[in-house]
Design a protein around this ligand. Structure first.
Ligand SMILES: C[S@@+](CC[C@H](N)C(=O)[O-])C[C@H]1O[C@@H](n2cnc3c(N)ncnc32)[C@H](O)[C@@H]1O
Length: 326
């Protein structure tokens, strides 16, 4: 079988990407002839869903298939061992398109690629940052944010953030954290302050689920306060058992971007029972906190039930300043 096999949540992630890219190019249709797409962990052209064996277009094909209008310049990044095959397949399937596949570590290759694109830094630019785990460095996100720093809006980013994986690599049984995992987290956050969250978890002040939320909040806080993004939107992606596997974080300065992605997130969450149930629990918790009420949702069927008319499954909340930065 060609390509990799993915869990069903991958289709959800790529559906969100497709819907947003479509809206992104449409919004720029009458303003410019150039629009740039950057795919930092590009993967393969085609993949398969693990359970159903249905084919899933990889992000490269999703971006290249966006029409009316299409992206004018597309830059992909893949490990050296996969890059030549990806480039040959993309060139075969999309002749005449302005495509470059950069082989090697995207955290290194991004800088030269952005320098080469500098004459086009006025063009609307979208970056998909989709690692398998903890490979995306903060310095890469900073370089993306700097690319259009002098313009009114920065590069929009859609980033996979693997906070549930941190919980697995950060031991709480008394054993030492491996230094290579700690180094990776320093690079990923661009700061060693994540250790404050880990310390709180180690001393039992917070549970694993709260630690996960705090890592996410810290990352969003840094995207907004350090890189200067106006809005960040997290979408929690769960597996069929309802366990969180990662978050997708969307970062933008565009009012239209924030509105459109909120609506796409709400539709995505409505389609996945586990995500629906979590959104309902979250909403219920917020209501209880606001009104000091006991749970009205003791009825499990109500939490798990079908989508109600007008019911929304995503609301934006700004990140909070982490307690250790107060
Ligand atoms: C989750 S997959 C990407 C899936 C793809 N974006 C899609 O949606 O179809 C992550 C990919 O990143 C590649 N990769 C891992 N580390 C990398 C790095 N440092 N630089 C560039 N690519 C990397 C892996 O080979 C893998 O194909």
């Amino acid at each position: 079988m060609a390509g990799r096999s993915w869990g069903y949540w991958t289709r959800g992630k790529l559906d969100v990407l497709r819907a947003y890219l479509d809206a992104f190019t449409t919004a720029t249709k009458n303003r410019t002839s150039e629009r740039i797409y950057l795919d930092l962990f590009a993967g393969e052209v085609e993949n398969h869903e693990r359970l159903t064996d249905e084919h899933i277009d990889g992000s490269a094909r999703v971006a290249l298939n966006i029409e009316d209008p299409p992206f004018s310049k597309l830059r992909f990044f893949e490990l050296e061992s996969n890059a030549a095959k990806l480039e040959a397949e993309l060139r075969g399937e999309f002749p005449g398109r302005d495509i470059i596949v950069n082989g090697g570590d995207c955290n290194e290759r991004i800088h030269d690629a952005l320098t080469a694109l500098r004459p086009y830094s006025w063009a609307p630019t979208f970056a998909f940052v989709d690692p398998n785990g903890m490979q995306a460095a903060w310095s890469t996100l900073a370089a993306l944010a700097d690319f259009r720093r002098t313009k009114s809006t920065k590069v929009e980013m859609f980033i996979l953030f693997a906070a549930p994986m941190f919980i697995r690599v950060l031991p709480v049984d008394g054993s030492q954290i491996r230094s290579r995992d700690a180094d990776k987290l320093d690079l990923l956050f661009g700061s060693a302050e994540w250790r404050q969250i880990y310390e709180a978890r180690l001393s039992g002040v917070i549970e694993a689920a709260e630690a996960r939320e705090q890592y996410l909040n810290f990352m969003r806080w840094r995207l907004e306060s350090v890189l200067g993004y106006e809005w960040t939107h997290p979408l929690e992606i769960c597996n069929t058992n309802g366990s969180a596997i990662y978050y997708m974080i969307f970062a933008t300065d565009h009012e239209a971007g924030t509105r459109i992605m909120s609506s796409i997130y709400a539709n995505a969450a409505a389609e996945f029972p586990a995500m629906r149930e979590r959104a309902r629990r979250r909403r219920q918790r917020a209501r209880e906190e606001d009104h000091g009420l006991q749970s009205l949702f003791s009825d499990v069927a109500a939490l798990e039930g079908p989508v109600q008319r007008g019911e929304r499954f995503y609301e934006h909340f700004a990140p909070e300043k982490p307690w250790f930065l107060e």
